[in-house]
Design a protein around this ligand. Structure first.
Ligand code: CMP
Length: 139
């Protein structure tokens, strides 16, 4: 099934000019970038996006990091896009990420881990709607 997922290139990666290198990995895996925008989130916006993690001990660190610099929010489309994107990203903790994945190559730590990707098709729909309207997405 062709599906869509929400991806974020995080501040640690935009700071090191890695947007193109990361996008090249997505495209090489067959994911199509059907929407993309570079933004700087406020603390409140970052907190709202990650509201599901509000009770976690790392929530404050997570939202301040995500508001600390530019991010690139994007919609990736392809066959099994949610799972495929998670494969390309690698494990959340770069120390556990497989060879060739974005996080193995580029992530600095479990927090500064270069990319976010939706973890299910259901969450993808919610996360895409957080940043994009239907008119922004061109398949
Ligand atoms: P992400 O896929 O963006 O979803 C939630 C994020 O929380 C996750 O990637 C990590 O970057 C971050 N995270 C998870 N565990 C920790 C932790 N122990 N300390 C800091 N950040 C964390």
């Amino acid at each position: 099934t062709v599906e869509r997922t929400l991806s974020i290139i995080k501040p640690d990666a935009t700071a090191r000019n890695l947007t193109g290198a990361i996008n090249a990995k997505f495209e090489a895996a067959g994911l199509r970038i059907v929407a993309q925008r570079r933004i700087r989130m406020t603390l409140d916006q970052a907190g709202a996006f990650y509201a599901v993690h509000a009770a976690r001990p790392f929530y404050d660190e997570l939202r301040s990091f995500m508001a600390s610099g530019p991010v690139v929010v994007q919609v990736l489309e392809g066959e099994g896009a949610v799972a495929k994107n998670r494969e390309v990203m690698g494990a959340t903790n770069p120390a556990e990420a497989a060879e060739g994945t974005v996080r193995k190559e580029f992530a600095l730590s479990i927090g500064e881990n270069s990319v976010h990707g939706s973890d299910s098709a259901e969450n993808a729909a919610t996360e895409i709607a957080f940043f994009f309207s239907g008119l922004d997405i061109v398949g």
